[in-house]
Ligand binder design. Structure first.
Ligand code: HEC
Ligand code: HEC
Length: 352
């Protein structure tokens, strides 16, 4: 072989080796991505887990990350200013109305709905810092975690938005980031989050308010008060009236309220009913009874769902829907339910 020929053979050999390396890497990356999306949607099956462990044991093979439900432990926060902010954020979640009276317009704390600062299963925030910024149909745009927090300040807390640069906002974000540790930024689904939603209202001709009231007195009033006025933000938050969430809040939607009740209430056991023991219909009747009372209004609500895609159980009718030709008179009973209750109560002279 001439020296020129040998040189060409060597070059071709090197190119061939490079090609094998590149293509092999692509395939492994593809497998890793497939594994990641499988875990993100369905959660790992035992078969997936074996594969992941198997590949971990083989050095040099790409390891597919498993998305685990975070198990935050506040006794593990770092020392120093960051840890202080995380602990302050947790305190703000639990004592929101007393620590931030200028920004909260009712007698609720964030933990009134997101129990134990969103670490318990009622309405959890675990991983929330990884899924924002996110497109929210109600806003009609991509919003940040701070925007989402302020959504609950203005609606669920019937208050004012917290300044983005305040120590309090930073602390809340630091806390939410801490309890999201280990969740990869940008995932779409958190398998451990069960939405507080029930669709049973769609199959019901009308809610049975008498049954709702009877169940309320039996299993709820001891903690939430005879008149829904509440006994305290973390013992039994106000469910209607001036100390409760306003009509713009997510939980003012009948499907959300019913879902929350079905999964989480009564807390423990009350009046012979255990947590999780209500039927879906009973939960809808309770939700309708609770939402049939007067509560604070939220004027900017008409601008919600600006693309005209408000859900069928939205608590009020939006401008965008009306512009699209939506006729409230032909709507089912659950559409705009809370808004009608407020109007009726005020027309009857209960106005504030
Ligand atoms: C009256 C009940 C209620 C109160 C009080 C409340 N929230 Fe919410 N919050 C909700 C509901 C309902 C949702 C929507 C959950 C869903 O999409 O299923 C929500 C969603 C959120 C989300 C987005 C969660 C996610 O996983 O996408 C954040 C963040 C949040 N709330 C923060 C707060 C903060 C901070 C406070 C206190 C300032 C607060 N909330 C008070 C009911 C409440
Ligand atoms: C033993 C006391 C207790 C009983 C009984 C109880 N709750 Fe609650 N409820 C709470 C507490 C405490 C919270 C705050 C969240 C948490 O800690 O889980 C809460 C939160 C709520 C919320 C969300 C907060 C809000 O202001 O909207 C709703 C809705 C609710 N309860 C409805 C009901 C209904 C309906 C029943 C009866 C079927 C009921 N609860 C029975 C204690 C109770």
């Amino acid at each position: 072989m001439s020296s020129e020929k040998r040189m060409w053979t060597a070059i071709i050999l090197i190119l061939a080796i490079l090609l094998v390396l590149v293509v092999g890497g692509e395939i492994r990356n593809g497998l890793a991505a497939a594994q990641l999306s499988k875990n993100a949607t369905g959660g790992p099956t035992s078969a997936d887990r074996t594969t992941a462990e198997g590949s971990a044991a083989t050095p040099g093979t790409a390891q597919a990350p498993e998305i685990q439900k975070p198990k935050p432990d506040l006794s593990n926060v770092p020392d120093g200013p960051e840890g202080e902010a995380i602990k302050y954020g947790y305190e703000l979640m639990n004592k929101t109305n007393t620590l931030l009276p200028d920004y909260v317009g009712n007698r609720l704390s964030c933990s009134s709905c997101h129990a134990n600062g969103g670490m318990d299963d009622t309405s959890p925030y675990l991983g929330v810092a990884a899924v924002f910024p996110q497109y929210i149909a109600r806003s009609g745009k991509v919003i940040t975690l701070e925007d989402r927090i302020n959504g609950c300040f203005m609606r669920s807390m019937n208050g004012k938005p917290l300044p983005y640069n305040s120590d309090e906002m930073r602390a809340m974000v630091a806390y939410l980031t801490f309890i999201s540790e280990g969740v990869p930024v940008g995932i779409k689904e958190r398998p451990w989050i069960q939405k507080n939603r029930i669709d049973a209202y769609r199959n019901m001709a009308e809610p049975n308010l008498a049954e709702g009231e009877q169940l309320y007195q039996q299993a709820c009033a001891a903690c939430h008060g005879q008149n829904g006025e509440g006994t305290g933000p973390t013992t039994g938050p106000a469910l209607w009236g001036p100390d409760s969430f306003n009509v713009g809040a997510g939980i003012a939607r009948i499907g959300t309220m019913a879902g929350y009740i079905k999964r989480n209430m009564p807390l423990g056991e009350m009046g012979g009913i255990k947590q999780g023991g209500l039927t879906e219909e009973q939960a809808v009747n309770l939700a309708a009874y609770i939402l049939s009372h007067d509560r604070p209004d939220f004027e900017p609500k008409v601008k919600d769902w600006p693309n005209g895609d408000a859900p069928d159980d939205a608590a009020y009718i939006t401008e965008a829907e009306l512009n699209k030709g939506f006729d409230p008179n032909t709507a089912p009973w659950y559409k705009g339910y809370a808004e009608r209750a407020i109007k009726a109560a005020r027309a009857a002279g209960g106005a504030k």
